[in-house]
Design a protein around this ligand. Structure first.
Ligand code: ADP
Length: 522
């Protein structure tokens, strides 16, 4: 998930720059004028302290603009996870956080949100040097989502309650909603701050304690957020951060006997491992937000310019590194040719370059592995017979920049139509009828989200109900808010991030039954 905020469609598209690859990228290849913000926090955050890993090992975290190491970060593994879980356990079993009133917890969470807002620029810069995200967009979109999310769940913290139930006979019952305990959060690199907030906010509201395992590509902003959490007054042990690799630190969390729940966002492949580890250990509660290959279905009756802009942003926003990217574009035959022409024209206004430059629309892919993977998919598209309309190549000698790439004549069984590429690659397909559109949209193992562009209410309603996915956008795309539930169908996972439903992931329901004597109202 990886979700952008609702501001993204408002962000103005293309300036008048026509060179696509602006100077900053050329400079980044010469590495002369790169901005590198100060990196203050590089150690594990356990029980309110920044500490070295037990092994003393570190790993280099890299700037995707150049591929160079920007900081050495502590490499946590099983031993460090054990220590962090102990701290979180102690904070849950004996600490004040779960025992405070929801109202008081809410006040601390609000302070945390204020601090994130105040430090938005530094956080955005750290995200940029770790994952190539646009600084200006991260500031106005991701930081805003994160603070809104914390404020939304701060307001929910004192509204968590069970219900009273009538029983047959001389009994009454009520339910309690209790915090599940110690929660493990394993998150990816494409929206680190957004996902931190989406997971931390409801977890904090319920009174649980937690361990975060950020992606190895993007630990810096999460460590900074941990520091701000302490500044806000969140007690020691409530939020712990173990930086390190998935098969070591991540697996130690999902298989830990003393972790009560794990909330994972990442690939379907790793999601299965997390679920397997939870099953093989203590049957901890699992929630998974996994991959997507989302369809955007465009009908003949829409404004073509709106359709092109929506499709463009659906695919190329955040360089395509979005699980809800609308990477399968289905266009009805009546507007197909015009759509191809206009979408190709759009390329000239799209600027790829240094994500610190406010005029840039697309930064580098997160790392060499993703960069190579995207280029391999582009090659597979060509090999399997799709037509390359535009793009298809890497840009520059240094860093992980890829041209916005568009394929037409894509067949349903091609890899580029089936696999989650996680890069700036659009696959366009034609359809004739609404039935065909529904069948094709559902022709995927994923079910995260879908978009429908039409002016016909009946078409919108029918297609919305026929697509097996957790989120549907009609005449818009990627609009998300803290109050709107977000989660998948099929192999995109289960459990909701966002919306009041997110609280349920971190709560257990207990029923209490008592006799009731001599009541005239039985
Ligand atoms: P992506 O494909 O987006 O990089 P991954 O699913 O590989 O996503 O990674 C998402 C998160 O899961 C990262 O924090 C990563 O370190 C972690 N991870 C990777 N492998 C495992 C594993 N075996 N167990 C637990 N976490 C893992």
């Amino acid at each position: 998930m990886e979700f952008p905020s609702s501001t993204f469609l408002k962000s103005s598209s293309p300036s008048s720059i026509n060179g696509q690859i602006i100077d900053s990228l050329c400079e980044s290849n010469g590495v002369s004028k790169l901005k590198i913000p100060e990196v203050k926090f590089t150690k594990l955050f356990i029980n309110g302290q920044f500490v070295d890993s037990v092994s003393g090992k570190t790993f280099g975290t890299r700037d995707p603009r150049t591929g160079d190491v920007v900081a050495e970060v502590a490499e946590g593994d099983k031993e460090d996870v054990d220590i962090a879980v102990k701290a979180a356990r102690e904070a849950f079993d004996h600490g004040k956080w779960p025992r405070m009133s929801g109202f008081d917890r809410g006040r601390v969470i609000l302070k945390f949100a204020d601090l994130i807002e105040q430090h938005g620029e530094e956080i955005a810069m750290l995200e940029s040097i770790n994952s190539g995200k646009l600084v200006h967009l991260t500031k106005e979109s991701d930081i805003q989502f994160a603070t809104n999310c914390l404020r939304y769940f701060a307001g929910a913290a004192d509204k968590i309650h069970g219900e009273t139930l009538k029983c047959t006979g001389e009994f009454q019952a009520y339910t309690l909603k209790e915090p599940v305990g110690v929660v493990g959060h394993i998150i990816p690199w494409n929206f680190p701050t957004v996902l931190f907030a989406a997971k931390a906010a409801p977890t904090l509201a319920t009174g649980c304690t937690m361990i975060f395992k950020p992606a190895e590509q993007s630990p810096l902003s999460i460590l900074y957020l941990a520091y701000l959490a302490k500044e806000a007054g969140i007690p020691d042990g409530v939020i712990n951060v173990i930086t390190g690799y998935g098969p070591t630190a991540g697996a130690a969390i999902s298989s830990h006997m003393d972790v009560d729940a794990v909330s994972f966002t990442g690939s379907t492949e790793v999601g299965k491992l997390v679920m397997g580890a939870a099953a093989a250990s203590n049957l901890k509660t699992v929630s998974l937000e996994l991959g997507g290959k989302c369809p955007l279905v465009i009908f003949n009756d829409v404004d073509i310019n709106m359709a092109v802009q929506t499709a463009w942003q659906a695919v190329f926003f955040n360089k395509g590194e979005v699980c809800i990217a609308g990477s399968r574009i289905y266009v009805q035959e009546g507007i197909y040719d015009e759509f191809l022409k206009k979408v190709t024209d759009n390329v000239k206004d799209w600027v790829v370059g240094d994500p610190f430059d406010p005029q840039v629309h697309q930064g580098p892919q997160v790392d060499k592995e993703q960069f190579d993977k995207v280029l391999r998919y582009i090659e597979s598209g060509k090999r399997e017979g799709a037509t390359l309309l535009t793009g298809g190549k890497a840009i520059g000698e240094k860093g992980y920049y890829i041209e916005p790439t568009i394929f037409t004549d894509v067949k349903e069984d091609m890899l580029i139509a089936q696999d989650e590429i996680f890069g700036p690659v659009m696959s366009i397909m034609k359809f004739k009828t609404i039935e065909e559109a529904i069948e094709k949209a559902n022709n995927t193992k994923y079910g995260l989200a879908a978009g429908i562009l039409t002016n016909d209410l009946n078409t919108a309603n029918r297609v919305s109900r026929s697509i097996r996915a957790g989120g549907i956008w009609v005449n818009c795309y990627m609009i998300t808010e803290s109050g709107i539930p977000f989660g998948g169908y099929k192999m995109s996972g289960f459990g909701m991030d966002s919306g009041l439903q997110a609280l349920e992931k971190y709560l257990k329901v207990k029923s209490v039954i008592t006799p009731i004597y001599n009541s005239p109202w039985l």
